[in-house]
Design a binder for this molecule. Structure first.
Ligand SMILES: Cc1cc2nc3c(=O)[nH]c(=O)nc-3n(C[C@H](O)[C@H](O)[C@H](O)COP(=O)(O)O)c2cc1C
Length: 206
């Protein structure tokens, strides 16, 4: 049975990132969380053999380093029953580090299949929380920029088979960085995040 939570963090601010601080306020870190920190331990760029494995009809049977890494990252998703993603908005979309993780886990014939009706995910659905931090505003009335991150990441997760996704936005960090505790308290109040706190989860793995 799958247990625990996979936490994928894509912020260059590491532990100081507001999204990551919010997660630590939610989760008891003595409980089991697999942390995949895409900035502290960057993933290698995609290689020709990996691209070939995903696009050629006659895929070489040998397991290359890139395919092994892909298997390890997919295994982290398969062995956990909840997913948390903390990510900044970079240039209206997801940061490159998170996109690279997507390129390793969204794999045809492995985590999704292509049908006449479209792409169908092969992973189990699970409660998923995506916390997006942004320097400016893109959701609220003050918004002056597009948000391509939400529809893009939602489509990717759906293609994996993950549909139970909740987005939480920490906006305006450039002007509000001085009041991080207030922002965390506001986010906890504005979103049904406490449901996440009450879930029993397993020991800290990574
Ligand atoms: C390369 C880069 C691009 C950014 N692009 C945007 C953007 O398009 N919109 C925005 O509101 N903030 C943008 N920001 C600001 C970040 O979203 C902001 O610093 C946010 O607080 C980062 O979250 P973090 O603390 O989790 O790292 C950008 C920052 C960087 C470094």
């Amino acid at each position: 049975m799958n247990t625990g939570t996979l936490w994928v963090s894509a912020s260059p601010h590491g532990e100081d990132a507001l999204g990551n601080r919010l997660v630590r306020a939610l989760l008891d870190v003595s409980e089991a969380v697999t942390l995949r920190d895409l900035v502290a331990a960057p993933l290698a760029p995609l290689t020709p053999d990996y691209a070939a494995a995903l696009t050629l009809r006659d895929v070489p049977s040998e397991k290359t380093e890139a395919l092994s890494l892909s298997e390890r990252l997919i295994g982290e998703l398969e062995s956990t029953r909840r997913l948390i993603v903390t990510t900044p908005m970079h240039n209206f979309g997801m940061p490159a580090a998170l996109k690279l993780w997507v390129d390793y886990v969204l794999r045809i014939h492995r985590t999704f299949t292509s049908t006449p009706l479209g792409k169908v995910g092969l992973l189990e659905d699970r409660p998923t929380l995506v916390i997006v931090s942004s320097g400016g505003f893109h959701q609220t009335g003050e918004s002056r920029q597009p948000n391509f991150l939400t529809p893009h990441l939602r489509a990717i997760l759906a293609t994996l088979g993950i549909h139970s996704v909740e987005f939480c936005y920490l906006e305006g960090l450039v002007t509000r960085r001085g009041a991080p505790d207030d922002m965390i308290a506001e986010a906890l109040e504005a979103h049904p995040l406490m449901a996440w706190k009450s879930q029993p989860i397993a020991p800290w793995l990574g």
